[in-house]
Design a binder for this molecule. Sequence first.
Ligand code: DUC
Ligand code: ZN
Ligand code: ZN
Length: 485
Amino acid sequence: MSYDLVIKGGEIATATDRFHADVGIAGGKIAALGLGLEADDMIDATSKLVLPGGIEAHCHIAQESATGGMTSDDYRTGSISAAYGGNSSFVPFAAQHRGMGVIETLDLYDSRAQGASVIDYSYHLIIADPTEKALNDELPTAFARGITSFKVFMTYDLMRIDDRQFLDILTVAKTHGALTMVHAENSGMISWISDRLVSAGHTAPRYHAPSHPALAEIEAINRAISLAALVDAPLFIVHVSTPEGAELIAKARLSGAKVFGETCSQYLFLTRDDLDCPGMEGAKYMCSPPLRDVPTQEALWRHLQAGTFSVFSSDHAPYRFDDTGKLANGPNASFKQIANGMPGIGIRLPLLFSEGVGKGRITLQQFVALSATNAAQLYGMDSKGSIAIGMDADLAIWDPEETRTVTVENQHDAMNYTPYDGWSLTGWPVTVLSRGARVVDQGTLIAKPGAGQFVPRRPVDMTGHPGHVVPELDPATNFGAEIAP
Ligand code: DUC
Ligand code: ZN
Ligand code: ZN
């Protein structure tokens, strides 16, 4: 058999195994794993790791917030930063705002991504306006286009849906095999504390942390899990930042519920002390849910180790530290007027590798599962996320010994800061392939914008998550009423 490319002499890792083999690539697919493979085009991977390319499953790219602010990264710069950080595909959000149609939203994001991305992509659809038309006509159409995950917000005045709308979306998603994702924070708690803080003159960025109490997340995760349980629907809780929230997810999973969770870099590596900077500097560290404390970091690591979280993401939400982003409402804006989010798409995997694998907190196989395999399986990207014959040749070759200092420049995004500036990390991706083609090679960008393709995703697979029909919705125990499918 002849190959277009052979990766020679590396140590391969998947979510289950580590072994030494060459990888033969033909037609963009992994065609062989073996010893002594040859081709005209070869990459020497001696003393390197050959891993599935990362899948960044939570990032905000070319996305307007409900108040109009635009992320600094578009599909070109966001995908380039992702690739330098070891990713070969990503799933940003396509955000419907009130008054917009769902299909109009998807068409808009198609126009932003096509011809721009250097890696493969899909979108999670954000639903802020669940009209009858959206629920009955447009969500099924989105689903048929291969968009099989829908995100909702329980907070933010211009985005949030109420419990009844949440139940409608969960039910439609379940009917079509889609996964509902949720930003779970209690809106009333946040606005009540925020207004009191601002009235008392506590407007600096540091007050963002007390304005989003841990209880707001805990209450909302509990409610979201209860709403999903009522209709026996799958649910994915994004950016979990509290141990208690993680415990609710673990308990629900143990009961057989179709509940999944994610945590993000900033909750493992930063704390609310980072927000406590002079002037507006703390705005660089504002995200929602907010940064917590060191005991929380330790508890979240334990949940990663124990398997509570299926996915580890960056929640890259890039707003520059200037008047296009964090300072858009002026240098004296209150924390309520500052865009939420921080960059991290290029540093998610080096952080998890260096501080997770390198420091013995997780195995290399867990790293692969959390960075690629679980996202591929949960979000229905069947040909990605592992190294096996027939899969897309989406690969990242890592030097596990290389130590680099993090700088804004080596993030390759459109940002003017990184929260991790000056950090020294060991273990970096050196070459990333997408469907067998070099995207980044030894620090040089090879792929052209537009090389990345849209990935239609399959329905969510709930095998192994039996769920439970509550008696009130079961015709056998509710006097024969058919309330929900
Ligand atoms: N939620 C996100 O998922 N990202 C940025 C800010 C937010 O509220
Ligand atoms: Zn969110
Ligand atoms: Zn996000």
